[in-house]
Write a protein of this length. Structure first.
Length: 252
């Protein structure tokens, strides 16, 4: 008797592209997983963009990610990159993010940027550190509109901390903020887990399906998504941790 049942996994990675590759290899799939579409674009010799789209429940079940779009930007040799390479990487990220935002809200829709993580723990500090670099405009537009160029989008930002230091689930904090300031879209920035050490600080994943903090390392927290917040949620993540067992399995 032929067993057509597909294998299930504890992927130990937040990256949809890695999960897709693992599933295809483990199940000896020749083309593409049912319910998933993918394409890869080479921007230049050091930058590539892989787009994975989960279109139905079959694809969702296969790799354990919600229906939606996942864009993975891989940047080779980032640690020794020249200024023009860094600028091209930023341009690529900006272009992909803008396309995602434009599919969900108009050009004037207010955005709330959320930096997840613990600023005192190096691999988990990405979100809070990025928040310090966000150009917030909401307060200026509200109180000093004469100093703002016409057409400027309202942007606000928050780093809500972590459950261990606040005693409050991040989702609970964000629900309160969303209910009070009524943004049209949330951008969540967080550190991710990968199966490849080469991806540490060299890969960016964008998705329009929200995020489950801690899912990649088995410390799952409450989901932050359109389902829980009532507005679209775009997640931006960079791998800062890797599962040692995944590395050993890959190299064995």
């Amino acid at each position: 008797m032929i067993n057509n049942e597909k294998k299930a996994f504890n992927f130990r990675t937040d990256l949809a592209s890695e999960r897709r590759d693992i599933y295809i290899k483990a199940n000896s799939i020749e083309n593409e997983i049912q319910g998933i579409e993918s394409e890869k674009e080479e921007i230049n010799e050091n930058i590539s963009v892989e787009r994975v789209k989960i279109t139905n429940e079959e694809g969702e079940k296969a790799i354990g990610k919600p229906i939606g779009n996942y864009i993975t930007i891989d940047i080779q040799k980032l640690k020794i990159a020249q200024d023009e390479d860094i600028e091209k990487s930023a341009e690529t990220l900006s272009k992909e993010l803008k396309k995602l935002i434009d599919t969900h809200i108009d050009k004037q829709g207010e955005i709330l940027v959320v930096g997840l993580g613990n600023i005192y723990v190096t691999p988990d500090s990405l979100g809070p550190k990025v928040i310090n670099e966000i150009e917030v405009t909401r307060h200026i537009i509200n109180y000093l509109p004469q100093y703002v160029e016409e057409g400027t989008r309202m942007v606000s930002a928050i780093s809500p901390g972590v459950l261990g230091t606040t005693g409050i689930e991040t989702l609970e904090i964000l629900k309160g903020i969303v209910d009070n300031i009524n943004p049209k879209l949330v951008i969540v920035i967080d550190a991710l887990a990968s199966r490849s050490i080469e991806r540490i600080s060299s890969t960016v994943q964008l998705s329009d399906t929200g995020i489950v903090p801690g899912a990649g390392v088995g410390n799952t927290r409450a989901e932050i998504s359109q389902v829980t917040l009532g507005i679209p949620v775009i997640a931006i993540g960079i791998p800062t941790v890797v599962d040692i067992f995944s590395c050993n399995a890959k190299n064995s």
